[in-house]
Structures are given as C-alpha cells and as structure tokens.
Design a protein around this ligand. Structure first.
Ligand SMILES: Nc1ncnc2c1ncn2[C@@H]1O[C@H](COP(=O)(O)OP(=O)(O)OP(=O)(O)O)[C@@H](O)[C@H]1O
Ligand SMILES: [Mg+2]
Length: 504
C-alpha cells in the first residue's frame, strides 16, 4: 500500500466528517437531478444512450437507473428509487426528492454539532410518527368504489406525457387489476398476469383492453396454411415439428442416391406421423415455443400442417408460456405422445389481424378464460409507446397498492404538509436535540409543495390553496408512507457511514 500523502493525513474525526459530507453532497446532487420532474407540471428527461437509443421519460426510477452514477452514496439513491418502485411502483421521484431534502437538513444539523447518531434516531422516530399521521388523515376505499380507483390512477398518470389519455388509460388500469384479482386472495395479486403488448402506429387513444389474447408473432403462411380459424382447438407445444438433429460433432455420410431417398422418406414419415397425431386430437391451432436447438418447423412440416388446415404460430417465448396456458386454460405439451384433447384450449376465433403498421394474432371468445388481462397499447412512435408503457405500469401499481392497503390520501403535497404540522407540534413536546431534529425532519417535507409549485412556474410562497380531495387528486397511502419510510432509512444509512474502504 502506498504511503498516504502529506495532505491526506487528516486527523481521524476530520476525515470522517469529510467522508460524510462528501457522501451527502453526492447524494443531494442526484436528488437535484430529478427534482424538476416531480409533479403534474414536472419536466421530462431525455435519456441518450451511447448506442444512439433515446428514451423520453418522467419516471424517477427509470431516469436514475439509466444515469451513470459512480459515487457509492449517490448509488444508494438510485437503489432507493428502485426499492420504491418495487414496493409501490409510483412515487419514485418523490422518494428521492424527500431523501435529498432530509440530507440537506442533516448537513445543517451536523454543521451545528449534533451527533449523527442522535439525528439518525430522531429521524427514525419522526418517520414512524409521520406514518401514524398518514393513517389518521387517510380515507378508506372500497374495491367496489370504481370511481375512487380511477381517480387514483388518474393522479399517477397526471405527471406523464400520456396524461391527456388518462380518461382511457385509468379505467383500463382499474379493469385490468380487477380482472386478474382473485377476490378470495386479493393480496396475491401478480402484475405478471397483465400483459401489455406495445404496437406502434395510431395513437394512444387506439389502445384497447382485449377480451382474449394477442400475440406479436404472426401466423406461418409460407405453405398457405390458414390465418383464421373458427371454433379453435388450441395446443401450446414445447417440441419441434421437425426431424431430430444429430449432435454437433456427428456427420451422416450419404454415398448413393438410394440412401438419400431413404433419409428423405424417413423424414417424411416422421413428420407425417407427428402431424397425424396432432390432427387426431382435434387440434386446429398450434402455438409453438421458440427453440434454440433446432427449427421449430420445416418446409415439409408446414406443408403437412397446412394441408391438415392447422394454423401455426411460431416463436412463442418461453416466458410467455405460463401466461398463455393460464389465459387459454390449456396445458403446455412437451412431447407428441402427450398430445391429448383434454390439454387443448378452446376459443371461438383465432385470427391474424392488421394493427397499425404490423399484424398480430388475436384469440377471442376463449372458453373458461383464466384470470389474466391483455392490453394492446398503441402509440405513434417508439418514444411515446415506451413512456405510455411505463406510465400504464405506474397506474397499475397504484391500483395494486390500493388492493393491498385500501387507504387513500390527498395528493398535491397536502399530506406532506399535514405531517409537517403534526411533527412541528410534536417537536414542541420533545426536548433538546431531539426536538430540533424532528423539526428539521418536518421542514424537510416542505420540499414537496415547494417543488410542485416551482415546477408549475408558480411562486412557492404565493401558491394557491385548494382542497385536494375536492380537486380529485388522491393517491394511495402506501405510496407516500413507503416513500417517507424508505427515504428516512436511506438517510440514516448514509449518516452512519464514516469511511469508504475501497477493495480490489
Ligand atoms: N393534479 C395535481 N395537482 C397537484 N399535485 C399533483 C397532481 N397530480 C399529482 N400531483 C402530485 O405530484 C406528485 C407526483 O409526481 P410524479 O408522478 O411526477 O412523481 P412520483 O410519483 O414521485 O414519481 P414517478 O411517477 O416518477 O414514479 C405527488 O406528490 C402528487 O400528489
Ligand atoms: Mg407518479
């Protein structure tokens, strides 16, 4: 290890202070970077990747995830917004902004000589109290109260580029979640049961919630097979309709024509055997999982399948198998010997249709449809479509939050101010350092109203006051309570760090 230079020989405590304040500074810089995108009038960020990809987004988690951050403490803020994304799905900008404001307050307190441990403990208490306050001001919401759910989804969409379409997207998000929710076990809600298929062409207005299933893959029509099947019997298969291949190192050497004929005949018989077994089960639509080992179909097998009037959709992703089998109420078939009629799904119509610039395969009128939802999302270009997808995800998460914890609070910073008032009052009953720290915590939350007003181009001091509940700006309690809790946790972690130890 090289000897430390003269200038680096700081006294122990001075160095610790140095590491702490440089950590705080870096983390604050990250928070400042996303501050301008908070709220309905917040700005969007254009993220340009070195490979030329461009993303336009307002989503805090997405912005931070794409940002090149190297300082370890700054990275903690990136993680912070990620955890908010996992817990609540919305409020990923707020959590970082609040964290930045809390850190600023910490810096002031530390400069005034308060010990980090005292700050950390007081903040912990304050955060718990803040959650209690939120519970007091929250109003409970019933899942039958569709209007309230739609209002909450609209609030989350109001800050997005696609907010003008929220009259379409909000009810859609609510319907999706209610459709996949199991009333007996509402807490087991899995957003993977909602499939969003982005397809460019048209506008977001053309998006629809499909009563059925849609694939991006097209029907195979090289051999003239059907592209529309009524009264469909659908099989989801995980094997290939092509002759098996030899191992990589093996060669089959053919020396004369009769042998070649035999190989060809063998292939024909094998393929024909497969197709016959499939046809015998009554199947008329085949969904074939993508294979990396060999071709899912050959020219020959497509020809036979077309003759048997079986529609073929290839390249189904492995990840989609579960979703498809759940939706169609069918079982994936791994080998032709297991091809039984009871494993097939039934639908009124399977059809390849034109959507925008491309084509999709649509399955409608599914018998015994499972609890899934499919949204065909439309947008004029890739940028809009990407942001629409992220925004819809936020709205879905908001509804999920409400399913898990059925309380709504008023948005537009009114709940943050409620906490501010309650904590300031409470601080009066505390003594000494604690009181100062709790008051600092309360003041830090003022960053939300300030920022919302500032981003709207208003003077934060002269902002108008209205009743946010009457303005229909409501959001799930879980979003704000987890933002406050997670931000505090992150601040406490940063406070407790007094040294950075690089290792190789
Ligand atoms: N119509 C409105 N009027 C006033 N404030 C609003 C309105 N709609 C939303 N807000 C407020 O805007 C804030 C949310 O802004 P935004 O959606 O940009 O950030 P976020 O939810 O923290 O992060 P993200 O959506 O990127 O995950 C909340 O404090 C919310 O109460
Ligand atoms: Mg939001």
């Amino acid at each position: 290890m090289p000897a430390p230079k003269q200038g680096e020989l700081l006294k122990g405590s001075a160095k610790k202070k140095d590491v702490r304040s440089s950590n705080i500074e870096s983390a604050k810089a990250v928070a400042d970077a996303v501050r301008t995108s908070l709220g309905p009038r917040g700005m969007d960020k254009m993220i340009a990747a070195p490979n030329g990809d461009v993303i336009i987004t307002n989503d805090g988690a997405t912005i931070l995830q794409r940002m090149t951050v190297t300082q370890p403490a700054a990275k903690m803020l990136v993680e912070l917004s990620k955890s908010q994304d996992v817990v609540a799905g919305d409020g990923t900008t707020s959590v970082v902004v609040v964290c930045g404001a809390l850190l600023k307050k910490c810096q002031d307190l530390l400069d005034r000589g308060v010990h980090p441990t005292i700050v950390s403990d007081a903040f912990n208490m304050a955060a718990q109290k803040a959650c209690e306050v939120l519970e007091q001001v929250s109003v409970s919401v019933d899942l039958d109260d569709r209007a309230s759910l739609v209002r909450a989804a609209t609030t989350s969409l109001s800050s997005k580029v696609v907010s003008q379409y929220s009259s379409l997207l909000s009810p859609m998000a609510v319907d999706c979640v209610l459709r996949v929710m199991d009333p007996a076990r509402p807490n087991m809600l899995d957003l993977r049961d909602i499939k969003v298929l982005p397809k460019s062409g048209g506008t977001v207005d053309d998006s629809e919630l499909i009563d059925g299933l849609v694939f991006d893959q097209k029907a195979a029509k090289a051999a003239g097979g059907p592209i529309k099947v009524e009264k469909a019997k659908i099989a989801l298969i995980q094997f290939c309709i092509s002759p098996p291949k030899t191992d990589l190192e093996n060669n089959v050497i053919i020396s004369d024509y009769s042998q070649m004929d035999r190989v060809y005949k063998e292939e024909r018989n094998y393929t024909l055997g497969l197709v016959k077994k499939i046809k015998a089960s009554g199947c008329n639509v085949l969904l074939i999982q993508k294979s990396i080992l060999r071709d899912a179909t050959t020219e020959l097998s497509l020809h036979y399948l077309a003759k048997a009037k079986i529609m073929v959709v290839r390249d189904i992703e492995r990840d989609d198998i579960e979703f498809i089998s759940k939706t169609l109420n069918c079982l994936p078939i791994a080998h032709v010997n297991h091809f039984k009629p009871e494993k097939l799904g039934t639908a009124d119509l399977v059809e390849e249709v034109e959507v925008g610039k491309g084509r999709v395969v649509k399955i409608t009128g599914i018998a015994n449809k499972g609890k899934t939802a499919t949204v065909l999302l439309r947008g004029s270009n890739k940028l809009v479509l990407g942001e629409a997808e992220r925004s819809l995800h936020d709205a879905l998460c908001v509804i999920r939050c409400l399913v898990n914890k059925r309380f709504l609070i008023a948005g537009g910073a009114s709940s943050e101010m409620e906490i501010n008032l309650a904590l300031s009052n409470w601080a009066k009953s505390l003594g000494g350092m604690e009181s100062i720290c709790v008051r600092a915590f309360a003041e830090a939350l003022e960053v939300v109203p300030y920022t919302l007003a500032e981003n709207a181009g208003l003077n934060p001091i002269q902002g108008t006051i209205t009743n946010m509940l009457e303005e229909n700006v409501v959001q799930p309690m879980l979003v704000t309570s987890s933002a406050v809790t997670l931000a505090t946790e992150c601040v406490r972690m940063i406070l407790k760090i007094d040294d950075i130890v690089p290792v190789r």
